[in-house]
Design a protein around this ligand. Structure first.
Ligand code: ASP
Length: 590
């Protein structure tokens, strides 16, 4: 074909043309999305990030021949006149659906091999193939939408934090170990044989030092690296909105983060109410059996130990007398379950690691029905129904044992049954703060207390004198932000006092020497006038996934690794050439 346009220049994107452009000339560039060949009439949909425009070739034989040669994913430049589509091809679903280009020139800018899956339809493709050909997968509408949303979220976060006087400051990627509880990725130093950088698990220490440096308010869209054991939805590198402020109060910081979250939701055209409710950790565990409760579900666990404390049913009475608890969960609507169905929940509880479960409900005549009616008697069980306020259609599940374990079991059943019974309001955004986390948790494997958040977290003032007596009872000035049952952020008010920081290291059994070699620079910095400070990190990947309605964070990352921590597109990790190893003073094992 003869090219009348030798060096075409794009005049419009594929999402731009409207009826007001009719009669004008346009040159579009993009990918061939679909070709419909009707012989003397060929429709070509041309696609770019902004949309799809229908292009039609007719009459001219050379032009029809050129259009016939087009294949999906060729990159083309098309020029012609903007016209109204014929009635049968009007497409109200897309913004350009009223117009088409009567094409005069078609130039192939780049041919394409036949892609391993179709870009133009969203039919499922195995994730391994999607990740190997990520550049093709990213052309599909879903991923285009997700990455655009991610961009808007990050931009909204930047704007909201800038408005609140936060400075965006970058911190090193080649750094020193940060204690976030995972393994470090190490980078060997070529110029210092035998020495290593660690990739930051978070910018934690740097952001605290920025407070000591007088920056007052810092944020960063920070990449974090954690070499964790493989779990389905973890990524070895992920992104946080990381922030820190000086002279905070918890209320002040929560207010800042709530406004930030409002801006983030607004980037997805959603409005949310602030302030978010706050739930103490112990209450979250007792009522929902989780430190990240899904509050889209109304059901809560209640304690019915009192009922059994002096009842004749000995098994539960003994458990209560020995400091255990009996707790109950009302499942709305499940009163209709057959006995077999209800009894099966006991097996399910055992599968979840519980020691079992009983059920109670009202029969059609108001009589008490239960899996332990004979041994516990209708009177005691009737009181359970009263205490939990069970209605005629409800099924009440009761478990007994160590208080937290009972709640965790009922908490898992709460989510399962809510899902099964359609009790989760999928349109709701339930945001909540979980506050007052324990400062320490006991590690059986390590045989010592570990920091539940990280070792820079301050204890609550009223709990400080327990540092010498009862570590397990100390609450920290630590908080998580939870959205629909997922932890989307966590942070704390920090220790700004050198001697308290040293004491916490001692309690964590980090030796003086270890503390000095790992955090000596930081301990020293604390001695030069440290303002009270605190902060939080919010998980960008998880937040965007929740906003996009995606179950996996991989679907909101451009180039994620598989669940087995492999980059299928680049083929990383991979072996390197022996010379590189020698330069780094490394030998591979075996
Ligand atoms: N560095 C913490 C984390 O990554 C967040 C914080 O304490 O600000 O979880």
């Amino acid at each position: 074909m003869e090219h009348t346009v030798s060096e075409p220049v794009r005049t419009h994107t594929c999402g731009a043309l409207r009826p007001t452009d009719m009669g004008g000339e346009a040159t579009l560039m993009g990918w061939v999305h679909r070709v419909r060949d009707l012989g003397s009439l060929i429709f070509v949909d041309v696609r770019d990030r902004y949309g799809i425009t229908q292009v039609v070739a007719r009459d001219d034989q050379a032009l029809l021949a050129a259009a016939k040669r087009l294949r999906p994913e060729f990159v083309v430049a098309v020029s012609g006149t903007v016209e109204r589509r014929s009635d049968e091809t009007l497409n109200p679903k897309i913004a350009t659906g009223e117009v088409e280009i009567a094409v005069r020139d078609i130039i192939v800018l780049s041919e394409a091999r036949r892609p391993p899956f179709q870009i133009s339809d969203e039919s499922p493709v195995s994730e391994d193939i999607r990740l190997k050909y990520r550049y093709l997968d990213l052309r599909r509408e879903r991923m285009q939408r997700n990455l655009q949303l991610r961009h808007r979220v990050v931009m909204a976060a930047r704007r909201a934090l800038d408005e609140q006087d936060f400075l965006e400051i970058e911190t090193p990627v080649l750094a020193k170990s940060t204690p976030e509880g995972a393994r470090d990725y190490l980078v060997p130093s070529r110029v210092h044989p035998g020495e290593f950088f660690a990739l930051p698990q978070s910018p934690q220490i740097f952001k605290q030092i920025l407070m000591i440096a007088g920056m007052d308010r810092y944020f960063q869209i920070a990449r974090c690296f954690r070499d964790e054991d493989l779990r389905a939805d973890r990524q070895p590198e992920f992104t946080q909105i990381d922030l820190e402020m000086s002279f905070p109060t918890q209320d002040l910081l929560f207010g800042i983060v709530e406004r930030l979250m409002q801006a983030i939701f607004a980037a997805n055209d959603e409005s949310i109410e602030i302030p978010f409710p706050r739930l103490p950790y112990t209450e979250a565990i007792a009522k929902y059996g989780s430190d990240k409760p899904d509050l889209r579900v109304e059901m809560a666990i209640s304690d019915v130990s009192r009922v059994f404390a002096d009842a004749s049913f000995q098994v539960f009475r003994t458990i209560v007398a020995e400091g255990g608890a009996v707790r109950a969960l009302v499942v709305p609507g499940a009163g209709r379950y057959s006995r077999t169905q209800a009894n099966k929940l006991d097996d399910e509880a055992k599968e979840l690691g519980g020691s079992g479960l009983i059920w109670v409900r009202r029969g059609p005549d108001g009589d008490v029905q239960s899996s332990i009616l004979k041994v516990a008697g209708p009177e005691t069980l009737g009181r359970v129904l009263e205490v939990v306020g069970a209605g005629a259609d409800d099924l009440v599940l009761v478990a007994a044992g160590k208080p937290d374990e009972v709640s965790r079991l009922l908490g898992q059943l709460r989510l399962r049954l809510a899902g099964r019974e359609g009790l989760i309001d999928v349109h709701r955004r339930a945001l909540t703060w979980v506050v007052d986390f324990p400062m320490f948790e006991w590690s059986e494997t390590e045989g010592r207390h570990m920091a539940m958040h990280h070792p820079f977290t301050a204890p609550r003032d009223e709990d400080r004198d327990r540092l010498d007596t009862d570590l397990g009872a100390i609450r920290a000035k630590a908080y998580d932000l939870v959205l629909n049952g997922s932890e989307i952020g966590g942070g704390s008010i920090r220790i700004h006092d050198r001697s308290l920081q040293r004491r916490i290291f001692e309690l964590l059994q980090i030796s003086d020497e270890d503390a000095r070699s790992r955090f000596g620079f930081f301990l020293e910095a604390l001695e030069y006038g440290t303002p009270p400070h605190g902060g939080i990190a919010l998980g960008v990947d998880r937040i965007v996934a929740l906003l996009a309605g995606e179950a996996s964070i991989r679907d909101v990352m451009a180039f994620p690794k598989t669940a087995a921590a492999v980059d299928l597109m680049c083929g990383a990790p991979s072996t390197v050439n022996p010379r590189q190893l020698r330069e780094l003073h490394l030998r591979t094992g075996s």
